[in-house]
Design a protein. Structure first.
Length: 272
């Protein structure tokens, strides 16, 4: 009697559910074929990092600030969510002068943005506020704090309309360092099957091939105007990491470690 063939192991890949990640996820959402069986899901950024760190996912789109907490996980050097200009979706919003901020409200999902806000507040305004966890909307976050870090879709919906001091954190980083800021990267575990990098690169290629069809769907799903979505995903953000983006990520981790905002981590990139 011949035993039935053992079914292939199904591995998990997790991506961020915000609008800014949709181009990186397009092929995965379309069940793009791969040389291994995989299951794809989405979560908030902090949950993506938690699943990756716990080994429940072999690849995850994670905040750059999560990398020091993910030993052994390598970042794919070619892909990420980055910008060389203001992004409008990563905001530090304050109801007091920035030099007077003593409490900073932040959602646990916004790890990279909170680390960047803490770094900029410490280095440029000389304050180290206590971080208190709070979820959007902005009014609730500011009810118990001097300032708040608001990211993703909630930030896009209020940007320029709060009547308060708004700092676009990506623009502040670029002005400060002259380098792009990388918000998220694909983290890959050492045991990931061969071909996972090609699958993730192919997922972005799928988005580019179907861009005009996907944009209206993404805009509707996230409650955004179509033209605003086109500019945001097609012009404001970049998803291909070049030398400048990789240098920007390394410089962020270096400065954050030097300021005591994050633990140090030197080697972050996944070997080819």
């Amino acid at each position: 009697m011949v035993d039935a063939a053992k079914p292939p192991e199904v591995v998990s890949i997790v991506g961020v559910r915000f609008l800014n990640a949709r181009p990186l996820l397009a092929g995965l959402e379309a069940s793009q074929p791969a040389p291994f069986a995989y299951r794809f899901s989405t979560a908030e950024p902090s949950e993506c990092a938690e699943q990756l760190g716990a080994g429940r996912a072999i690849a995850g789109l994670v905040p750059t600030a999560a990398l020091p907490f993910l030993p052994g996980v390598g970042a794919l050097p070619s892909l990420g969510v980055a910008s060389r200009q203001e992004v409008r979706s990563v905001l530090l919003i304050s109801r007091v002068p920035l030099g007077d901020v003593r409490t900073l409200a932040a959602h646990a999902a916004s790890r990279s943005s909170v680390a960047l806000a803490r770094l900029i507040l410490a280095e440029r305004w000389g304050v180290r506020p206590r971080v208190v966890e709070a979820r959007p909307p902005l009014e609730r976050m500011l009810a118990g704090a001097d300032a708040a870090v608001l990211i993703g879709d909630p930030a896009l919906h209020v940007q320029g309309r709060t009547g308060l001091d708004e700092i676009d954190l990506a623009a502040a980083w670029v002005e400060w360092t002259g380098l792009p800021f990388v918000f998220a990267v694909w983290g890959v575990r050492p045991a990931a099957p061969a071909g996972v990098g090609s699958l993730l690169e192919g997922s972005l290629a799928y988005a580019r091939e179907h861009w005009q069809d996907l944009l209206p769907r993404w805009a509707e799903a996230h409650g955004m105007d179509l033209e605003q979505t086109r500019r945001y995903l097609g012009e404001t953000l970049t998803y291909t990491l070049g030398e400048a983006e990789r240098e920007g990520l390394q410089e962020f981790l270096r400065r954050a470690a030097a300021a005591g905002v994050l633990p140090p981590r030197r080697e972050v990139w996944r070997a080819a």
